[in-house]
Design a protein around this ligand. Structure first.
Ligand code: ATR
Length: 273
């Protein structure tokens, strides 16, 4: 029987993961099936177990189930424990579920792909929700000179800075605490989804700085539209999506796909969806 994988989310119809994993499977000549499965909002754990009972070997987990996935795992990776979230489930021996998160490594790999330096750089992260919690450990691992987290609700940014302080130089606060310029500015808020722009000062970008939005769409996000005229080089979250998927594929199949051609396929699919 062909090995089965899926992405579990709600809603799930617009997920790009089946397309990405089909490309990876084709490229690496692995026989596997990968589908999108909508889990009921009150039935995530049952949906995973039903998938396993039907022969499933692993799953990706997306909104809004990453914390629930974390809660149901029998074993967790170190980085998942730190993130408090799981985006990759793996069925282990004796029917046990192992959980990992590949979002943060996906971001860092995408930045490396675009030759965005992090070591010794001043990095601003906007937002303090689950998505940001998931990227801080890999980001601090690249040894930036400083990571500043700002958020609409200042206390959440302060809490994150406190929780990750053992990994490097990190501070947190409200938008009113912003000071100086940054080499890399990462928007990890969900504000882009509603077309909102966080309240940012005009002089935010150091010369040669990058603006990165963890969201993506067929058009540049409002954050990127704002950052472009202010001198930043722009990246959206599509590469991060492909890289987190590649890391999940590696965890399941022990083979690392080449992400470059898949980035192209995905970018084209956005233009026609
Ligand atoms: P996710 O899993 O995407 O991180 P989340 O945990 O709900 O979702 O976090 C959403 C983040 O986007 C938060 O940092 C939120 O700010 P608050 O903590 O103050 O709620 C931020 N956010 C959402 N809409 C926003 C907006 N219109 N302006 C600024 N920040 C916004």
């Amino acid at each position: 029987m062909t090995d089965r994988y899926c992405v579990l989310g709600n809603p799930i119809t617009h997920s790009k993961s089946p397309l990405i994993h089909a490309e990876f499977a084709h490229q690496t000549q692995q026989a596997l099936e990968y589908t999108a499965q909508e889990a009921p909002l009150d039935g995530f754990a049952d949906a995973w177990r039903a998938f396993v009972d039907a022969g499933g070997r692993g799953a990706n987990v997306t909104v809004p189930f990453k914390e629930e996935a974390f809660a149901l795992c029998d074993t967790l990776s170190h980085r998942a424990r730190r993130a408090g979230a799981v985006n990759t489930l793996i069925l282990g021996g004796n029917g046990r579920t192992y959980g990992d998160t590949t979002d943060g490594v996906g971001l860092v790999r995408d930045l490396a792909y675009h030759r965005v330096a992090l070591a010794g750089k001043r990095v601003l992260v906007i937002g303090a929700g689950g998505a940001v919690r998931g990227i801080l450990e890999p980001l601090l691992g690249e040894q930036p000179s400083e990571v500043v987290v700002v958020n609409r609700t200042a206390a959440k940014a302060e809490q994150l800075a406190h929780d990750f302080a053992d990994l490097g130089s990190i501070t947190g606060g409200g938008f009113d605490t912003l000071d100086g310029t940054f080499d890399v500015v990462i928007n990890g808020t969900s504000a882009s989804l509603s077309g909102d722009l966080p309240p940012l000062p005009d002089a935010l970008f150091a010369p040669g700085a990058w603006a990165y939005d963890m969201m993506y769409g067929s058009e540049p996000t409002v954050f990127l539209q704002w950052a472009g005229p202010r001198g930043a080089k722009l990246l959206d979250g599509l590469g991060m999506l492909v890289e987190q998927a590649a890391e999940a594929f590696f965890l399941w199949r022990n083979e690392r796909p080449n992400t470059a051609p898949v980035r192209e396929v995905l970018r084209q699919s956005l233009n026609y969806s």
